[in-house]
Ligand binder design. Structure first.
Ligand SMILES: *[C@@H]1O[C@H](CO)[C@@H](O)[C@H](O)[C@H]1NC(C)=O
Ligand SMILES: *[C@@H]1O[C@H](CO)[C@@H](O)[C@H](O)[C@H]1NC(C)=O
Ligand SMILES: *[C@@H]1O[C@H](CO)[C@@H](O)[C@H](O)[C@H]1NC(C)=O
Length: 545
């Protein structure tokens, strides 16, 4: 058995570098607390996922700004572009922020300031009582400054001064460096590697747009698209929880086909036909490939055909499949990826990218749109770390694939035993929608055999057995994926605790534990899982259970 985990609640998963993006929420007790009141639990984290709350370096820089302004009783969020600061104000003051707990921030009490330590940034300042409204913008779009940005500026804090708001057009050398180009070229080389379509032109580096987070790589293109037309945004299949919320909170209309099944494709076509007959334009269709957290893979061939028939843009998120395993660029108009995950691989940088497919019929429109709207916001220090970390992306992905597959095979065997508490496993290799995944797996080469990625979900008979498994599994509990360490997370029980019926209608259950395999020794991992499964089996076999 691997060493017993002793990381305290609310701290980063070891080795926990300064910019770690994880937080450990040990055991079922944390699940219940988080499900009941996520905001109060997040407030107690000493290290949080960067979008959940600002990193301590960012909080320090924000406090410096507030004291420079002589403001008490105020909060402030920092942005590295005026555009993002303006979007924050638009969000906070929108009538859509009115709900049972909150009301929009009155426009006369929220303001954008401009500051400069060496280069500029734009704080959005508001009275503290509106913190929870503004926090919604910090946590979903993911366009705030990064912790490395704050760290760099803190070391020059004696130069902190207010600047002119319109300081925008001058060059911002920290956001476009040779390292940024290296990353774009590296991404292109992974897209070209072992491709299924050697004769189809691939994107070039100027088709790759870098963003400060994976969520920003969805949110920003989503907002750009509203400048083409304001139509309904479609999400086909389940997606990461913040993606679902982002489409609900931003844009003009959202339609969700959350099973992502072949039946949903029929319903989608009915919807597209209806919109067309009403003379309404659909803004875009989005999908994950495969989808978080139960790994249903959409039928991309039919989605592409529908998008073409109804002249709709198709944007696909391949974060879970990952570049090394799947080759889908040619099926998309926009390919988006969270580089925070397996690409970076060390759980200490956040970044994302959106790529335009040069063979798409919408390419010229999208390229013009992106070039007009895009503001670089990914900070040089983050890019430098990303560049170092992504050098071994292929080697790591091979191990992540192998560990996930080994655990899935073991758990699948358990599920076939009538006496086991393991009910089923969700992974593309064991689901009928896996055929849609295999269709786009890259070619095998001597250096790399494509697999199904690091993420799977294991489902138990009931809550008692789920809890026993969770409490006895010797891995960290956190939301991240693609890290060196294996993570288990009670995804549905935590994030949809107040909407379990809604989640259940899309196949998500609190008895499912999302697991993301890490780089540990395979046999040690299998042994840890065996111990946890036995604990669950024991509960199941107790009299009266
Ligand atoms: C502050 O961040 C900016 C990015 O806007 C960066 O270019 C600059 O070097 C940082 N300032 C200092 C003083 O480090
Ligand atoms: C869509 O709505 C946004 C926000 O209301 C607006 O800025 C944009 O101009 C609209 N786009 C079109 C094409 O009408
Ligand atoms: C595939 O996954 C979906 C969603 O979890 C489920 O409804 C379906 O039964 C699965 N099919 C197989 C063959 O496992």
């Amino acid at each position: 058995m691997a060493n017993r985990i002793t990381t305290p609640f609310g701290q980063a998963v070891p080795p926990a570098p300064r910019h770690a993006v994880t937080v450990h929420m040990p055991g079922w007790q944390s699940v219940q607390k988080y499900g009941a009141d996520p905001r109060s639990v997040i407030a107690t984290f000493s290290n949080a996922y960067p979008r959940a709350k600002p990193h301590r370096d960012i909080a320090s820089l924000a406090n410096m700004v507030l004291s420079h302004l002589g403001l008490t009783g105020h909060g402030c969020f920092l942005f590295s572009s005026l555009a993002s600061a303006e979007e924050c104000v638009g969000y906070c003051t929108s009538p859509r922020r009115a709900d049972s707990e909150r009301s929009p921030i009155p426009p006369d009490v929220i303001q954008i300031r401009a500051f400069k330590a060496k280069d500029p940034f734009w704080p959005v300042v508001f009275p503290s009582e509106y913190e929870s409204v503004a926090a919604g913008f910090w946590s979903k779009p993911g366009v705030g400054v990064s912790s490395r940005f704050a760290e760099a500026n803190l070391s020059f804090i004696n130069q902190l001064a207010e600047a002119s708001i319109s300081y925008q057009v001058e060059s911002r050398p920290s956001f476009e460096t040779a390292k940024h180009e290296t990353i774009r070229e590296r991404i292109i080389s992974y897209l070209e590697r072992a491709t299924l379509q050697p004769t189809v032109p691939k994107p070039s580096s100027n088709d790759v747009f870098l963003f400060p987070t994976g969520m920003a790589s969805i949110y920003k293109p989503h907002t750009y698209l509203s400048h083409l037309h304001n139509g309904t945004t479609i999400l086909f299949g389940m997606a990461f929880m913040d993606t679902v919320t982002a489409f609900q909170e931003f844009g003009s209309g959202f339609k969700f086909f959350g099973l992502g099944s072949d039946e949903d494709l029929l319903a989608l076509e009915v919807f597209l036909r209806e919109e067309r007959s009403q003379g309404r334009k659909v803004q875009a269709i989005w999908a994950e490939f495969p989808a978080n957290p139960i790994l249903v893979t959409p039928d991309l061939v039919r989605l592409r055909a529908l998008a073409d028939d109804y002249d709709v843009i198709l944007a696909v998120d391949d974060t879970i499949g990952s570049y090394a395993n799947v080759d889908i660029t040619h099926m998309t108009d926009i390919l988006v990826t969270s580089l925070t995950k397996s690409f970076n691989g060390y759980a200490d940088v956040i970044a994302g990218c959106a790529i335009l497919n040069p063979t798409s019929r919408h390419y010229n429109t999208l390229k013009t749109l992106f070039n007009a709207r895009y503001v670089p916001e990914l900070y040089v220090d983050d890019v430098e770390a990303l560049e170092r970390n992504s050098r071994d992306y292929l080697t790591r992905t091979r191990k992540l694939n192998h560990n996930a597959k080994s655990l899935v095979d073991y758990l699948r065997t358990c599920s076939e035993d009538r006496n086991s508490a393991v009910h089923r496993v969700h992974y593309p290799s064991v689901n009928s929608s896996g055929k849609h995944y295999r269709q786009f797996m890259r070619r095998e080469t001597p250096e790399f055999t494509p697999g199904y990625g690091c993420l799977f979900s294991v489902e138990f008979d009931d809550i008692q057995t789920t809890e026993a498994f969770y409490n006895n599994l010797n891995v960290h509990n956190s939301v991240h994926l693609g890290a060196p360490f294996t993570l288990a997370f009670a995804y549905t029980a935590c994030t949809y605790a107040k909407k379990l019926d809604w989640a259940a209608s899309y196949g998500l259950k609190p008895t499912q534990i999302r697991v993301t395999a890490g780089l540990e020794d395979t046999n040690l991992l299998l042994e840890d899982f065996r111990i946890a499964v036995e604990a669950a089996n024991q509960v199941r076999s107790q009299p009266g259970h």
